[in-house]
Write a protein that binds this ligand. Structure first.
Ligand code: PAF
Length: 284
């Protein structure tokens, strides 16, 4: 495994092998947990050469968010990736991605899908994600890239960016990895206090209950079910940003299950914002 930290070194390594090897990219912000590693394993099954990027992307953090305190564990990350048999770890510096700073950089905006849910709560967040992912795509030029379903809105936005910009990259989705009590793995889980960590699995339980109720009877009121679920989370101690049923194709609000859709939730517990989702297929 090699670790490269600038664009030239990455190009020197990848240019000779491109074309002969199927290259996969797994973009990350580091602080790797088993959720990331399961995406890496998926990439390894699909490709001859796996590149994992580690870059805490300032452009996707808003004012007052946790950019400064976002956990950085580069040595442990490199060790974990070596154990997984990754070929290249790409750890660019800010100047490799944003030579004149992120504020002065051209941004990529994916309309419509970027507006609701986390887009409404975190203005500019998805522009930052799309810009860095596009940039990583240009630098690595992968055949495939793997993104987790845990960040389902992000995944849908990236799929649309790739289609709209005619990028010849196969975007693959990786299943959400969960702790044994159901909490979706996330680097931000470590911000939770011991008491909050006990409460946090309620998010996934609530999504599952809500999904079952919506699929239960034809007469169920979607509005009441969602509002009851939101109230349940609030009673458990969450401050709920949103709990919504949205179409997977458009991310418009869904009022029935005639199309593939998902329940999306974002809620803050103490100082930690958690997100999760559950998909509901139309062909049940
Ligand atoms: O999901 C993430 O960790 C980040 O949003 C990504 C895709 C690595 C872009 O910075």
């Amino acid at each position: 495994m090699i670790v490269v930290s600038d664009n030239d070194a990455l190009r020197d390594y990848l240019d000779p092998v491109r074309g002969q090897s199927r290259v996969a990219l797994v973009p990350t912000m580091g602080n790797l947990h088993d959720g990331h590693l399961s995406l890496v394993r998926q990439a390894k099954e699909e490709a001859d050469l796996v590149v994992v990027s580690i870059f805490v992307n300032p452009m996707q953090f808003g004012k007052g968010e946790d950019l400064a305190t976002y956990p950085r564990t580069i040595d442990a990350d490199i060790l974990a990736l070596k154990k997984e048999g990754v070929d290249v770890v790409f750890t660019p510096g800010i100047a490799d991605i944003y030579p004149q700073g992120d504020q002065a950089h051209t941004a990529i905006h994916v309309p419509l899908l970027s507006e609701p849910l986390c887009g409404a709560k975190r203005p500019g967040h998805f522009d930052g994600v799309c810009t860095v992912v596009y940039k990583l795509f240009r630098l690595v030029q992968p055949d495939i890239a793997v993104f987790g379903e845990k960040d389902l809105q992000q995944l849908l936005i990236i799929q649309k960016m790739v289609t709209d910009l005619s990028l010849n990259i196969d975007i693959q989705q990786g299943l959400t990895s969960r702790a044994s009590d159901g909490l979706a793995l996330s680097s931000r889980n470590q911000y939770l206090t011991a008491v909050e960590r006990q409460i946090a699995p309620r998010l996934w339980e609530t999504l599952q209950d809500c999904s079952q109720t919506l699929q239960g009877t034809a007469t169920v009121s979607f509005e009441n079910t969602l509002s009851q679920a939101s109230d349940d989370l609030a009673s458990a101690g969450f401050e709920v940003d949103y709990l919504e049923l949205r179409s997977l194709q458009t991310l418009q609000t869904a009022t029935d299950l005639s199309r593939d859709c998902a329940l999306f939730v974002a809620a803050t517990l103490g100082k930690t914002r958690l997100i999760d989702n559950i998909q509901i297929s139309a062909a049940r």
